[in-house]
Write a protein that binds this ligand. Structure first.
Ligand SMILES: [Zn+2]
Length: 119
C-alpha cells in the first residue's frame, strides 16, 4: 500500500536524482517505487481515479487532439511527463492527443532527454 505522501516522496527523490544526473540512483528509486506501487491496493484506487480523470479531460477537449483536432485514437497525455516531475492529476498538465501526435511528442522528448542526459 502506498500513500499519496509516499508517492510524492518517491517522486521528489527521483526528481532530485535526475537533477543530479545520477542515473544509477534514479533507476534504483524508480525500480523500488514501481514494486511498492504495484503491490498495494492503492494502485487500484489510483487506476479508478485515472479512469475518471481521463474521461474528464477527453470531455474538456471535446474528444479531439489539441494539436491536429483528430478524433481518432485519442489519448490523454501528461504535458510534462510524470517521470520529469509533472503533476499526474492537475488538469493544466493534461491534454488530449491522437496517437500520431502523441508518438511525435514522445519522440521529441526522447531527443531532448538524450541531449540533456546523454541516454
Ligand atoms: Zn493529433
Amino acid at each position: 500500500m502506498i500513500t499519496l505522501e509516499q508517492r510524492e516522496a518517491y517522486r521528489a527523490a527521483y526528481g532530485a536524482a535526475m537533477q543530479a544526473r545520477d542515473m544509477a540512483k534514479a533507476n534504483a528509486i524508480a525500480k523500488e517505487w514501481g514494486s511498492v506501487e504495484l503491490e498495494g491496493r492503492q494502485s487500484t484506487v489510483y487506476n479508478a481515479d485515472w479512469v475518471e480523470k481521463r474521461k474528464e479531460i477527453l470531455a474538456r477537449d471535446g474528444g479531439r487532439c489539441v494539436k491536429c483536432a483528430s478524433t481518432e485514437r485519442v489519448q490523454v497525455d501528461h504535458i510534462v511527463p510524470v517521470s520529469r516531475g509533472g503533476s499526474e492529476f492537475d488538469n493544466a498538465n493534461l491534454q488530449t492527443l491522437c496517437r500520431p501526435c502523441h508518438k511525435e511528442k514522445t519522440r521529441q522528448e526522447l531527443i531532448r532527454r538524450h541531449e540533456e542526459y546523454g541516454y
